[in-house]
Ligand binder design. Sequence first.
Ligand SMILES: NC(=O)c1ccc[n+]([C@@H]2O[C@H](COP(=O)([O-])OP(=O)(O)OC[C@H]3O[C@@H](n4cnc5c(N)ncnc54)[C@H](OP(=O)(O)O)[C@@H]3O)[C@@H](O)[C@H]2O)c1
Length: 408
Amino acid sequence: MERLGVGILGAGFVAKFHLRAFANIRGIDVVAIYSRTLERARDAAAYAEQLGLGRPKAVDDVWDVLRDPRINAVWILTPNDTHAVYAKYVAEEARQGKGNLIGVAIEKPLARNVMEAREMLNAIEKSGLLHGYLENQVFMPSVTKGKEVLWGIGAKYSGRPYLARAAEEHAGPHNAWFWRPSISGGGVLLDMMCHSLEAARHFLYDPRKGKDSLRPRYIYGETATLKWLRKEYIEDLKKRFGIDFSKEPAEDYALAIVTYEDDEGNVSITETRTSWSFVGAGLRLSFEVLGPEYSLYVNTLQPELFTFISRNVRIPPSEEFVEKQNAEQGLMPIIPDEAIAYGYHAEDKHMVESFLKGKMPVENWYDGYLVVQLMMHAYLSAEKGVKIRFDPTQVESYVPSYARRRIE
Ligand SMILES: NC(=O)c1ccc[n+]([C@@H]2O[C@H](COP(=O)([O-])OP(=O)(O)OC[C@H]3O[C@@H](n4cnc5c(N)ncnc54)[C@H](OP(=O)(O)O)[C@@H]3O)[C@@H](O)[C@H]2O)c1
């Protein structure tokens, strides 16, 4: 195959990042964009056109994407509660072999719990489709280069890395559904620790031996709601999103420590922290990796570009400088191209190239599945208040307490 016809499900926040990434990838035709509301799909199609991606068809019926014979791959970019449903539709359509589908890529988290993730894996395996898991952080240029240096120099001359820290923090999500754990499946642990867990694991496995050479043994998790149950912030969420967080609270802070063992019995640890209660310039992604004679760190709020804007001007709120920006004044970091810095471009390029070559992407639903298992262990550990052994049978039908509970 020389060109990949792509259909996109979801025309929201993350779809824009993917469109920006697609604009710099060869061999791709964005054929159709679906949103629940036609207006939103049309806006995204117009944005695609503005980026030089032609004029994709805008639709509000998901089947108008899945049954279009020009479409070879589907990107699922819709809210968490729809992942299992849309994944099963795509898999069933491919299984019946009516269209020309060869692959599907899905945003993080793969699913809200292990039950959903298992069903999705079963369906995709039966369909024979190639599957990509869209974990952009393992494709960040700084992470890719960092891993090369860690293993190509650090590990080669002094031994494997043993500790990886990863954190993702901002002041809270941009849409109402994220704040409702009965819909999203959980709070910040589910929303953002999926990234940090996978990025930290990525740093620690030996690239010559592959991911399976590193096995999780124990997990300790901690969750709390530190900010958003305070009275003034409950009101703020009511005003902005029309939701009552006091009736359906979720964690806005989470920590997990995972102990891994490699194939030689070496122990390594990942420390991951995520929060929706961080007020700084904007989204902060940070990583730190330690080895016997080396270390490495990344902090996206320390880019090469800063601006200073004086107190004498009033600038309307925007996200011109960084995602989830909290201010427009003073000394501000700017990320020149977030679709590149956060890894969307490299991940989409990898997915497109893999599908065109008929190869399984390196980051795929098996990774997404393990990440869901790790997250469920972290929730369970936090709920029990103890460190637990990694044993997938104990989370097979587990649902985090935040997603189970609604206070009437
Ligand atoms: N990789 C990352 O860093 C990253 C960043 C953000 C989000 N994500 C993930 O990407 C996915 C989408 O997030 P987003 O931020 O793009 O969401 P969003 O801004 O709320 O957009 C959601 C899109 O899905 C459509 N949709 C389809 N079925 C829906 C349903 N049943 N309920 C609500 N919306 C529905 C919406 O349609 P209408 O608007 O027309 O109703 C909209 O086009 C999530 O799984 C999220 O976790 C990943």
